[in-house]
Design a protein around this ligand. Sequence first.
Ligand code: GUN
Length: 284
Amino acid sequence: MILDGKAVSEKRLELLKERIEESGLYPRLATVIVGEDPASQMYVRMKHRACERVGIGSVGIELPADASTERVLEAVNRLNNDPDINGILVQLPLPSGVDTTRVIEAVAPEKDVDGFHPCSLGRLLAGNPVFAPCTPQGIMTILEEYKIPIAGERVVVVGRSIDVGRPMAILLLNADATVTICHSKTKNLADEMKNADILVSAVGRAKFVGPDMVKKGATVIDVGINYDEQGKLCGDVDFEAVREQAGAITPVPGGVGPMTIATLMENTFRAAKLMTCCNDTARL
Ligand code: GUN
């Protein structure tokens, strides 16, 4: 079974559009991009387009590649204090001259739609998330939509980044999976991976996951965005080689990627509701 993230994202965006209309709210997202990395520019454009589609207003702040940390912090603070802005997204990676940790920690937690602030990550760890990072939350939505059981299942997450691997593991743990996190220092990686009922790869290496690493019938989630030797977009998983072995698998493109943006839209609506409901998280 192919897990069609594109189709799920379309469905969720349509549903969200209706919910936003019904709410009478006009949520607003601000993006901050530093420098002119073409991939980052493309992602930000896609986020603005999604906003327009669902009825979320968006503003884009563009800073030069040589902007200082102070200048980025100043932009974030201005957005923090702007009552018309509900969500703030600082596109990563930031240029090496900017202190990423300081910038992430400067975002007001109630506007942290990316879910990278320690406050958001801490809430996730405690089992009561307000904003979970968009990529792993989007993966949870795919699993839910396709009714893939999680409770009691053995899950292996390969990768331990703050934006994907760690929050993914916690979201799955919160859903009662038995979770193993693997990384570049893991011994007998293939053996660990082969144990997984659900395998999530967030490694960033083209066609890294082969059939020898996948249990027959496993669900395989591919978070990778890589390019093969021919310059063609591909995931971490050797899709053609693994698809027969897997019970269900996300393609690249058209798998996890579209869900990241749909989840960002959901988080932004959530931020807008949070702001108008006097920070009453119980009402979310
Ligand atoms: N760069 C790659 N993915 C992401 C993401 O989900 N959020 C942000 N802010 N930057 C990214």
